[in-house]
Design a protein around this ligand. Structure first.
Ligand SMILES: Nc1nc2c(ncn2[C@@H]2O[C@H](COP(=O)(O)OP(=O)(O)OP(=O)(O)O)[C@@H](O)[C@H]2O)c(=O)[nH]1
Ligand SMILES: [Mg+2]
Length: 457
């Protein structure tokens, strides 16, 4: 046999429509692999190379068996005894007649003949039947290391009878649900792979170590993304020069629109980064109540995302600020950004803005005449918590979302309030202080570290 696959390599094979591509998608952490209810979706053997940093392996998605009985008949015609079976399979994949008559069997057997190990996938919610025996027999003929995976697609009703049958053809039989198996179950499966072929043991153990390290690194990266996002959103300000107050008023809706657009895109950008971090490249975000992207400025939702009134009152107590005074100071405090221009704040508040109470637009007199109309930064005390709540919600969703699961993530209320209750007192205080600094545009020295506790399990 010509074993020219030196890396750990696994061909995922079985009947059509049993979740082969789903398993590859979840284990390869690749949500671009086509999965469909339609039988016969995968028509070629597609290789996915998984590089985990210090090691790697390969998964090969294959088309399902179409004519296993006839293929087995051909093989029987070409092998008189057990010692000839491996060669017969090799002859089968290289035979031009077989390539025409049995294209799917040839495609799925080729990587195995080339040295891949076998992952045979069945559906544990459907009864076992003799029609599977021809394909299992063919796989046995290849002589390659193999494992059976029972995917309980709809339920686990027939798992036991499957185990009885599979145990006679495969040394290792596991139940694995590619839609739901969490990270630890995925790692356990990879560990089981390492027992299939002694030459691959070290590599696959390294893969598991790398993946565990990556999972930890994601937490640090996530907190870093959130830290940058908070700083940007809480300090963002847009401004434009105008000649008269009335021009400034006319400009206000434009400024508001620009401001809101920037803030929303900045948040969406961070969400995309987060999706990338988890290799969820295709994932869509939807809001629960409406079929629209969840909106950062939907303040109706703010008490769901951020803190409630009672918690906000506690924040003020913990960080030692009189609630009302803090906000006034923020508005006046804008001069730290505009100070260089020289003019005083003429004073426009949210009343001037109509509906949007989240930011204040100000008009600043310029030394050489004219004005500067400014919008932002946001000064709402709850705002940093809202940003944290939304980000953490997405983080948790992505963390538990398998790559075979193509349903949209629904942005609904998160558990920030409960999460805060689980923190140590000093951690809570540090977080509140950091948020207060953010909403008053003061620098935080160690924002990322303060946020890190929110990402821990
Ligand atoms: N609920 C549920 N559905 C699953 C599971 N695994 C697969 N499916 C669904 O079963 C269907 C087939 O999945 P695929 O992964 O495309 O199956 P396949 O074996 O690659 O199919 P072919 O390429 O056509 O041979 C899809 O609609 C999947 O969403 C599972 O564990 N749970
Ligand atoms: Mg497929």
């Amino acid at each position: 046999m010509n074993l020219h696959r030196s890396r750990a390599s696994f061909a995922v094979v079985g009947h059509p429509n049993k979740g082969k591509s789903s398993i590859v998608s979840t284990l390869a952490r690749d949500d671009s692999i086509v999965i469909s209810q339609q039988s016969g979706t995968t028509t070629h053997s597609d290789s996915y190379k998984i590089d985990t940093g210090h090691a790697g392996f390969e998964l090969i998605d294959t088309p399902g068996f179409q004519r296993p009985k006839k293929a087995l008949y051909w093989l029987n015609q070409n092998a008189n005894s057990a010692d000839q079976r491996v060669a017969a399979v090799e002859k089968f994949v290289n035979d031009s007649d077989c390539q025409t008559k049995f294209p799917d069997e040839v495609k799925l057997l080729t990587p195995i003949v080339e040295g891949a190990a076998i992952l045979y996938v069945v559906d544990g919610s459907r009864p076992y039947g003799v029609e599977y025996e021809a394909e299992m027999e063919i796989l046995r003929w290849t002589g390659r290391p193999s494992m059976a995976l029972i995917n309980p697609i709809e339920n686990d009703r027939h798992i036991d009878s499957w185990k009885n049958a599979l145990g006679q053809f495969f040394k290792i039989v596991r139940v694995f649900n590619p839609m739901q198996a969490g990270f630890s179950k995925q790692l356990a499966l990879l560990e089981a792979f390492s027992h299939l072929e002694p030459n691959w043991k070290v590599t696959l153990e390294q893969v598991v170590t790398d993946l565990k390290d990556y999972q930890r690194a994601i937490v640090v990266q996530g907190s870093s993304l959130l830290s940058d996002l908070l700083i940007d959103l809480c300090s963002y300000q847009t401004h434009q020069k105008v000649l008269t107050e009335s021009q400034a008023k006319a400009l206000q809706p434009v400024l508001t629109k620009q401001y809101n657009h920037w803030m929303r895109s900045r948040e969406q950008g961070a969400f995309k980064e987060l999706c990338k971090l988890f290799s969820h490249q295709q994932c869509h975000l939807e809001s629960e109540a409406f079929d629209l992207p969840p909106d950062l400025f939907d303040s109706e939702q703010w008490y769901a995302w951020g803190l409630n009134k009672k918690q906000l009152a506690t924040v003020s107590a913990m960080t030692g600020a009189a609630a009302g005074a803090a906000i006034d100071v923020v508005v006046a405090g804008h001069s730290f950004m505009l100070g260089a221009i020289g003019g005083g704040v003429v004073g426009f508040t949210s009343a001037w803005l109509g509906a949007d109470k989240l930011t204040t637009t100000k008009l600043v007199g310029l030394p050489l005449g004219g004005y500067q109309a400014c919008q932002g930064p946001i000064n709402n005390k709850n705002f940093p918590y809202v940003v944290i709540g939304r980000f953490l919600f997405l983080f948790e969703q992505l963390k538990s979302k398998n790559h075979a699961d193509r349903t949209s993530i629904i942005m609904s209320e998160n558990g920030l309030k409960e999460r805060l209750e689980g923190l140590q007192k000093n951690e809570t205080k540090a977080l509140h202080l950091a948020c207060k600094n953010l909403s008053t545009q003061k620098a935080n020295e160690n924002l990322q570290e303060v946020l890190l506790v929110l990402f821990d399990d």
